[in-house]
Write a protein that binds this ligand. Structure first.
Ligand code: FES
Ligand SMILES: [Fe+2]
Length: 411
């Protein structure tokens, strides 16, 4: 068993500190994440959620391997339906994804031909032991619930043995009942999924890290903001109360991201998009009445609302050291306008936004090393997210009737 497959342990909250110890801790910053024990334990992801794994079009009758929340799974399509099985043959541990289909509705291990029924995972035949094999029907591999939504295959990773909740309860609400076109990227990235998620909602970084991104070549980014976090439904929102485009730093100098070739920043504070206000807002986006342009929900879904489109990021846990970045841009349009969207997406957005801009995030996520950490004012975005996940996950475990989640590597 590798470290990443170890069942996540739930730590007890730390004992109260003495005033002297607290003073030292204040100076040094936060030494660990013991204030958020569920979050701290979720290095390989929160269980009890649906996760997007890959594009639907990638899953065919040829089984493919994936790691999700530390669990090895294989995805295979049969008669149009996608199935997810634990990717380990119980005989000698060979990945079933190395095998193929010998009979309809099954997958066979490449080594000795143990053959598993796709809907149930049951061992339905053992080719090299003949039709009378006594193991047939007596064992099997674990299966996982699968859904296909927004062009992707989603797999549910259970807390215990519970039935999954409907996936629509977990998708961003506006994607459930509106028509849209989309473009996106799914790519494996280094770094823990929590660093990726925190980076996505991090209030302080975009205006500084991304100031050099080509995506922002013609639009300035603010220097600093005053931001609040507002909970609404199952989301938390970053709401901008003040946007400062330049600042004088005493004894150091003036700093601004404004340049003569960039658009002039707007005078008023705005809460849709991060570079300014637009008159015409897409009616579907307007109808959502988002309190702020950046929002986050469990189990790590970021939504950035712009006047004409919404960008989503799903931070999918692979194991403690790797995650899968799923970046999707959605435009609530139909008919001829979809052509304009695809031209814009394929010609620019895919390379500038989901490519180079997002690559700056990937770089930071890969090199982040915390805790310890000394948080600063804008990091209220991070602590609010941790508080949200702590609370939501506590409720989820209680609902599942367990005190801690365990990995379910064997069926
Ligand atoms: S290892 Fe799978 S059939 Fe032998
Ligand atoms: Fe970023």
């Amino acid at each position: 068993m590798t470290t990443s497959e170890r069942p996540p342990a739930v730590k007890k909250p730390a004992a109260p500190k003495s005033p002297a110890a607290r003073k030292t801790a204040d100076k040094l910053g936060r030494q660990d994440w013991s204030s958020w024990p569920h979050y701290d334990a979720a290095a390989s992801g929160f269980r009890g959620y649906w996760y997007p794994v890959t594009w639907s079009s990638h899953i065919t009758g040829d089984p493919k391997p994936f790691t999700l929340c530390g669990e090895k799974i294989t995805l295979i399509r049969d008669s149009g339906t996608v199935y997810a099985l634990h990717n380990r043959c119980p005989h000698r541990g060979v990945p079933l994804s190395e095998g193929n289909q010998q009979f309809p509705g099954t997958v066979s291990c490449p080594y000795h031909g143990w053959t598993f029924d796709l809907p149930t995972g049951n061992l339905s035949a053992v080719i090299t032991d003949g039709p009378g094999c006594r193991l047939t029907g007596k064992l099997g591999v674990r299966t996982y619930a699968v859904e296909e939504r927004i062009g992707m295959v989603w797999v549910y990773i259970p807390v215990a043995d519970e039935e999954p909740h409907p996936i629509d309860e977990q998708l961003p609400e506006e994607l459930v009942s509106n028509a849209f076109v989309m473009g996106g990227r799914i790519e494996p990235r280094g770094g823990n999924w929590r660093f990726a998620c925190e980076n996505g909602f991090d209030e302080g970084h975009a205006k500084y890290l991304h100031r050099t991104a080509l995506w922002r070549l013609l639009k300035p980014m603010p220097t600093w903001n005053i931001t609040r976090i507002v909970p609404q439904g199952r989301w938390i929102y970053r709401v901008q109360d003040e946007v400062h485009w330049e600042a004088d730093f005493p004894g150091v100098g003036r700093w601004s991201n404004k340049r003569w070739w960039k658009k002039q920043p707007p005078k008023e504070t705005f809460n849709l998009g991060n570079t300014g206000k637009t008159d015409a807002v897409d009616p579907v986006i307007e109808a959502q009445e988002f309190p702020g342009f950046a929002s986050l929900s469990m189990p790590g879904v970021l939504r950035i609302a712009y006047p004409k489109f919404i960008h989503y990021e799903f931070y999918v846990p692979v194991d403690a050291d790797n995650h899968r970045y799923v970046g999707v841009m959605v435009n609530f349009t139909q008919g001829w306008d979809t052509l304009r969207f695809y031209a814009k997406y394929l010609g620019a957005v895919r390379w500038l936004f989901h490519g180079q801009f997002s690559g700056q995030d990937a770089w930071m996520v890969d090199v982040t090393d915390a805790p310890p950490e000394k948080l600063y004012r804008p990091d209220v975005s991070l602590t609010s997210w941790r508080n949200l996940s702590e609370e939501e996950y506590g409720k989820k475990l209680a609902a599942a009737g367990v005190t801690e989640a365990t990995t379910q590597e064997e069926a």
